[in-house]
Design a protein around this ligand. Structure first.
Ligand SMILES: Nc1ncnc2c1ncn2[C@@H]1O[C@H](COP(=O)(O)OP(=O)(O)OP(=O)(O)O)[C@@H](O)[C@H]1O
Length: 258
């Protein structure tokens, strides 16, 4: 379970302050895929970095499986996996070496790590290139190694930052299947993306982030009901036109757990 409470981040840039994330609150249950959606610069990556403990919030806090990121950052890292298209692989290492290395970093016992490496190799179809240097792998093969790496410590929570960026339809399908697997395994998942068409297929609930604020939150049906729009794209465009009035229509029940 993830709770995000009034997360706020101000960046100082020269003599100008940038309010990148502004009192963002939401929760994600086990087995739920939450879409954190927004245009470029909306604050998606900054929010994920704060949840993971890579960036200190100016205000607010995040809680994962009962641990606060402000007081137990290491416990959070143990319980959270990260999939990011900007994450590279160590070019000189093979997928087997990379997976074994990360298992060690996360403190997975050696016997369990070997089993987990075999399981993930089967799951993501890595066996034909497990012992080749990563530099020689195709983009799609590297992507599958990255997905396997994110699960090496079997975390209950997964954060995915623009997971399909730069991928073709086959690569995107791998990500779609992977997210279904995470849901089936009962993990709490946050997917950050500006691909609203994909999010509509992938996510159970959505937070629409704009200028660092979540103005709208709900399932697709709830968002359709309060905007009279059909698709997430139409809903988002309406939100950009009249964020404040529309925000008042969010059913209060959606925030009850926060
Ligand atoms: N280290 C930093 N210093 C100053 N400003 C920053 C820094 N990191 C992010 N920002 C600013 O914070 C705002 C939110 O950025 P963020 O990367 O979180 O957006 P995003 O929604 O992930 O965008 P994108 O979809 O383009 O990746 C932007 O205005 C960005 O320029």
């Amino acid at each position: 379970m993830i709770f995000v409470r009034e997360l706020t981040r101000v960046f100082e840039s020269g003599n100008q302050d940038i309010l990148a994330v502004d009192q963002v609150s939401f929760h994600v249950r086990p087995g739920e895929v939450y879409g954190l959606l927004g245009p470029n610069g909306a604050g998606k990556t900054t929010t994920l970095r704060m949840i993971l403990g890579l960036l200190k919030p100016t205000r607010g806090d995040a809680e994962v499986e009962g641990f606060l990121v402000s007081t137990h950052p290491d416990e959070i890292k143990r319980r959270v996996g990260l999939v990011s298209t900007s994450a590279g692989l160590y070019q000189w290492l093979t997928p087997r070496e990379i997976l074994t290395f990360f298992a060690d970093v996360y403190g997975v016992p050696a016997m369990q790590a070997a089993d987990q490496v075999e399981k993930l190799s089967r799951l993501f179809g890595l066996s034909s290139f497990m012992d080749r240097r990563s530099a020689t792998l195709s983009t799609g093969q590297k992507q599958r190694v990255n997905l396997a790496r994110s699960l090496i410590h079997d975390p209950p929570v997964m954060l995915m930052d623009e997971p399909t960026r730069g991928l073709d339809v086959v690569g995107s399908k791998v990500i779609f299947d992977y997210i279904d697997l995470l849901r089936d395994e009962g993990k709490a998942v946050i997917v950050s993306t500006h691909r609203l068409d994909e999010a509509e297929q992938l996510c159970d609930r959505f937070g629409l982030l704009h200028n660092g604020k979540i103005d709208y939150e709900g399932t697709l049906a709830e968002l359709q009901q309060c905007t009279s729009c059909q698709t997430l794209t139409q809903i988002f465009l309406q939100l950009l036109d009249a964020p404040v009035e529309n925000a008042k229509n969010i059913p209060a029940a959606q925030r009850e757990l926060i």
